[in-house]
Design a protein around this ligand. Structure first.
Ligand code: ZN
Ligand code: FE
Length: 257
């Protein structure tokens, strides 16, 4: 499987997944019609599936027009979001398998940012929408900190360090500044800030990252680390001991950072 990164709107990403064997393709997050339609035509692939990570308008803005241009395309999202994502043809639940061409993926329900948040794992490629960002995580619009904590843990647990992480927005550099505030002594964060700065200055993107890099530099995946636990204690005078309380406090600090 090949992945085309398609920057959309101001800082969103759509992804076009191509099964090289069959020439069939799938979209993760139909953010905008024109950039996606153009890439599909340029590559000469057949769009068969659209996977939606969640219902927010900045992630499904191209859905209607894509369905008009490619009638018969399968549109899949969380089953509980049927009323707020139009044109759904496949209702997904946690652990379901999705297929396009000869490519198979597994679906993970990750409530927190929204109640219907979905992530998709295709081999060594993980698509995380607004659940897991480069060095960050989504805001808690429809979920509790505990839900988001559990979603992030179950999403990343057991995945190889080399699995690529494709997220929904280019927020990585700003997130890394917050990582550095939480863990000033984390050398991985300092190195990643330098890398991200170079990549962005050259017109590139920080997506995809890897599970290994996220585990080293993303404070929301490091709530069991002593340095991360210390910060809420210092800033919010909170004695957070268990990882969920640390996560809750770190998320609160990020909301006002
Ligand atoms: Zn969102
Ligand atoms: Fe978003």
């Amino acid at each position: 499987m090949k992945v085309e990164i398609i920057p959309c709107l101001f800082d969103n990403f759509s992804y076009l997944l191509v099964c090289e064997e069959s020439g069939k393709a799938a979209i993760v997050d139909p953010v905008e019609y024109y950039p996606l339609s153009r890439v599909i035509k340029r590559l000469g692939v057949e769009l068969t599936s659209i996977y939606c990570t969640h219902h927010h308008a900045d992630h499904i803005g191209g859905l209607d027009e894509l369905c008009q241009e490619f009638p018969g395309v399968d549109v899949a999202a969380f089953k509980g979001d049927a009323a707020r994502i139009p044109r759904l043809t496949t209702l997904l639940g946690d652990g379901d398998i999705v297929k396009f061409g000869s490519v198979q993926g597994r679906v993970k329900h990750t409530p927190g940012h929204t109640s219907g948040g979905m992530c998709f794992l295709f081999g060594g490629h993980l698509f995380t929408g607004d659940t897991l960002f480069g060095a960050g995580c989504g805001r808690l619009f429809e979920g509790t900190p505990e839900q988001m904590y559990n979603s992030l843990q179950s999403l990343t647990k057991g995945l190889d360090a080399g699995v690529k992480v494709y997220f929904g927005h280019e927020y990585t550099l700003a997130n890394l500044k917050f990582s550095q505030f939480i863990e000033p002594g984390n050398r991985g964060v300092i190195a990643r800030i330098a890398d991200a700065t170079t990549v962005l200055a050259g017109g590139g993107t920080t997506t995809p990252s890897t599970i290994g890099l996220e585990k080293q530099t993303n404070p929301f995946l490091r709530c069991d680390i002593e340095d991360v636990r210390q910060k809420p204690a210092e800033k919010l005078l909170l004695d957070a001991t268990d990882p969920v309380s640390v996560f809750t406090a770190v998320r609160r600090l990020k909301d006002s950072y």
